[in-house]
Design a protein around this ligand. Structure first.
Ligand SMILES: [Zn+2]
Ligand SMILES: [Zn+2]
Length: 246
């Protein structure tokens, strides 16, 4: 029986609680069976594999490459890189064990492990992560609603966290303050009053934008700064007047 990512997600949640001694192992397996429709033996395997991964020991029950990917990502994000080191070692031993046992090749799983291993020392740049996400969104948009719905039905529900690296400009707070002071609550582009006030102190909500962007060699000076309403700011950056941009 095929295991969905939603079941993988649930198995991780339960295995993690069992490992932290919040619930007994067998109760966890029963929960996965009764609530998430997993075969009881598969549920036990997930719980056991997770424990072995965190101990850095070889585990013997099979897991799919996407499940390994999911587990390694969450272990890294929730338990840190030393735990992921152990898990990676455990998966490598598992692959060796499994390939020795049968005439199978676990190249897909090996690829997952090596990618995680390479990411250990250097998290991916934010820009690369965003580009990959945008490409995936475009692919999903191009796909049929029926295919999408089928995937959504089985997809993990909670987003997984990952660490990325990014570079930022260290901006001068006086430039921001001076631009806001100059604007006096009125957008310097569309010349209308800020459409709403800051919740915390009731001051007009404007965003300070650089006319020539810092990333394009612009100066962090009052002359190169404009205080803008959120709409104008978004339009300048994205070329659209929309409230749906995150
Ligand atoms: Zn405006
Ligand atoms: Zn801007």
């Amino acid at each position: 029986m095929r295991i969905t990512m939603r079941q993988v997600e649930a198995s991780y949640d339960v295995a993690s609680q069992v490992f932290d001694k919040k619930i007994p192992s067998e109760a966890g397996a029963l929960l996965l069976q009764d609530t998430h429709g997993l075969n009881i033996n598969t549920a036990r395997d997930f719980i056991n594999d997770f424990r072995m991964m965190l101990h850095g020991k070889v585990f013997h029950r099979a897991m799919s490459a996407p499940a390994i990917e999911y587990y390694l990502t969450r272990i890294r994000s929730e338990r840190g890189s030393s735990s992921q080191d152990k898990a990676i070692a455990a998966v490598r031993m598992h692959i060796d064990y499994y390939e020795g046992l049968r005439t199978v090749n676990l190249n897909a799983m090996r690829a997952v492990v090596e990618r995680h291993s390479a990411n250990q020392s250097a998290p991916p740049p934010l820009a690369a992560q965003e580009a990959a996400f945008n490409a995936a969104v475009n692919k999903a948009i191009a796909d049929s609603p029926a295919n999408r719905d089928a995937r959504l039905l089985e997809a993990a529900r909670m987003p997984v966290k990952m660490r990325v690296v990014t570079e930022v400009y260290v901006r001068n707070p006086d430039v921001v303050a001076a631009a806001l002071d100059r604007a006096k609550g009125v957008c310097e582009r569309c010349c209308t009053a800020a459409p709403f006030m800051r919740k915390k102190d009731g001051t007009p909500y404007l965003e300070v934008h650089h006319r020539k962007q810092l990333a394009h060699g612009g100066e962090d000076t009052v002359e190169n700064a404009n205080a803008l309403c959120a709409n104008c700011h978004r339009e300048l950056h994205y070329g659209v007047d929309t409230t749906s941009v995150i």
